[in-house]
Design a protein around this ligand. Sequence first.
Ligand code: SAH
Length: 244
Amino acid sequence: MKKIYIVGLGPGGDIFMTGQARQAIADSSVVVGYDLYVQLIADLPEMAGKTVASTPMKQEVARCEAALSYALEGRTVSMVCSGDSGVYGMAGIVMEVAQGHPEVEIEVVPGITAACSGAAVLGAPLTHDFAVISLSDLLTPWEKIEKRLRLAADADFVICLYNPSSKKRKDYLARACAEILPFRDGATPCGWVKNIGRDGQESRVLTLSELAQEQVDMFTTVFIGNSQTKVVNGRLCTPRGYRV
Ligand code: SAH
């Protein structure tokens, strides 16, 4: 049996993992993933006796090739990623890399994505239509990202930003807010959550104007309210429209 599971681990430690994710790992003899994620699950009982192949960040294709070669040897492999395995995750790349090997079964195991786990920390910001946009321009031209920001803002979506910053892109959040501000009040309630479900989790509720001045890092997910979003007892709430 040649099989690769692409497993979403959720945002942090094992309490966020689904039973399906734990089962996939238990069923595998090899676990492949970025160092940090493999460390997050190192103490799981399901990890006992596994071959672990951890790889540095930005080696996504090499990581998939490693997973594929283990699978071709007949070993069952779990490729682990944070959050959901399909949301800016590895599921698509594994499918592309393994394209020429239809005999390798690929099973995508979903996980709790940062939009959902972060929203839960802040309250209920995503209770209506929302758009998820990554500010990483490594693989997407910045002009396209700007266009998506403008259109999502114009259509009054709540906006959830992934990859809001990095060492080389310190001003990207400010630039994103500058695209959104012409469409949305500076007082719009927003928030960010850092290290969701991990040691050092932090969060803040603030206005869109304040967010434009805020420095966040790459372990942070950002939420920008729509025209209806309000702050209720210090937490974000986007009404669905029920009369309460
Ligand atoms: N597959 C992941 C997303 C990977 S992209 C998922 O579904 O959650 C990486 C971005 O996700 C980070 O820059 C950050 O914006 C967000 N993210 C992932 N895990 C996070 C966590 N534990 N805390 C805060 N943000 C997180």
